[in-house]
Design a protein around this ligand. Structure first.
Ligand code: DGY
Length: 323
């Protein structure tokens, strides 16, 4: 039987690309540039599987077709708000993602951001690199203590739970959770966490708020002016989820007017473009979407895609099918 024909939209770790090329009739993207909607249409017409990632917007426009050759879109990444899953299902295409394997590393990065913004690490590094450091002094770049403070976690899936584990067991933080469904008592008990009914209840109680909910239309602008105003004036907002979850204009105003203590972002609306209102905020740490960027996670994500493809093409249920 002929091997399934697959298209990989970006460069992947070498070990995974090698395995893909061995198992399937694989076309790699040596240029590593994102595909546009027209490229997707062309890909859906001739490949059995398309393997996109977060930089590929596969919206309704890319899927306005009568008939496709593609049977599975196997996404490299856990978030899939860049794919119109309903449109894919309408065309009979299965969609999968890569959960679990990046949870620890993404939570590590959320904790990195939390510590950086609390301890003003970005400002300190900029000062040294720009030759502005004049030496130690008792009042220099005074930050905020992290240990023992209260962390609010919005979205208590696998990554949110890993974040809670680090914060509670590593830094003795008190954990408050907001999640769209009820979290099992034994899951909350692992970090002595309390679940609250809504974001309005969570915000005023927290010294840090970390976002771990999905992106997409449902959560667009979830953090808006009204909710930012509920934060303590010295509290910090951390986002490793998706850029669209925060209204960036509202956040930049909160930072410029100092109504919150600071923010730390790994994801941005319309990335890699950065909202000009955010670019020059001092109390803002920004990283270029590095949540899962470790060799271990990025390889594991690729091998998880391969597992989904084998299951699918060999007639088994792919474990990460998105319903
Ligand atoms: C994801 O997996 O959704 C990340 O944002 C990229 O790792």
């Amino acid at each position: 039987m002929a091997k399934p024909k697959i298209l990989v939209t970006r460069r992947w770790p070498a070990a995974v690309e090698a395995q893909l090329s061995e198992s399937f009739d694989t076309v790699l993207n040596g240029a590593d540039t994102p595909l546009g909607p027209a490229d997707f249409k062309a890909a859906l017409a001739c490949y059995d599987a398309v393997l996109p990632t977060v930089t590929d917007a596969i919206g309704a426009a890319a899927m306005q077709m009568e008939k496709v050759q593609t049977k599975i879109i196997a996404n490299y990444g856990v978030g899939f708000s860049h794919i119109d899953v309903a449109a894919a299902h309408g065309l009979g295409i299965t969609v999968t993602n890569t959960p679990d394997v990046l949870s620890e590393c993404t939570a590590d990065l959320a904790m990195t951001l939390l510590l950086m913004v609390a301890r003003r690490a970005g400002e300190g590094e900029r000062e040294i690199r720009e030759g502005r450091w004049t030496g130690w002094r008792p009042t220099h770049l005074i930050g905020t203590k992290v240990s023992g403070k209260t962390l609010g976690i919005i979205g208590f899936g696998r990554i949110g739970q890993e974040m809670a584990r680090r914060a509670h067991h590593g830094f003795g933080m008190k954990i408050i959770v907001q999640n769209r469904s009820k979290v099992a008592p034994d899951v909350l008990a692992r970090c002595n966490a309390t679940q609250v009914a809504d974001i309005e209840t969570l915000m005023p109680q927290c010294d840090f708020v970390s976002l771990h909910c999905p992106g997409g239309a449902e959560n667009r602008n979830m953090i808006n002016t009204a909710r930012l105003e509920l934060m303590k004036p010295d509290a910090f907002l951390i986002n490793t989820a998706r850029g669209e979850v925060i209204n960036e204009l509202a956040l930049s105003q909160a930072l410029w007017f100092g109504t919150i203590g600071g923010a730390a972002l790994d994801v941005f609306e319309g990335e890699p473009r950065i909202n000009p209102g955010l670019r020059d905020c001092d109390r803002l740490v920004m990283l270029p979407h590095l949540g899962s960027a470790t060799r271990e996670s990025r390889e594991a994500m690729g091998f998880r895609v391969i597992e989904n493809l084998h299951d699918f093409f060999e007639g088994r249920e792919p474990r990460d099918r998105i319903h």
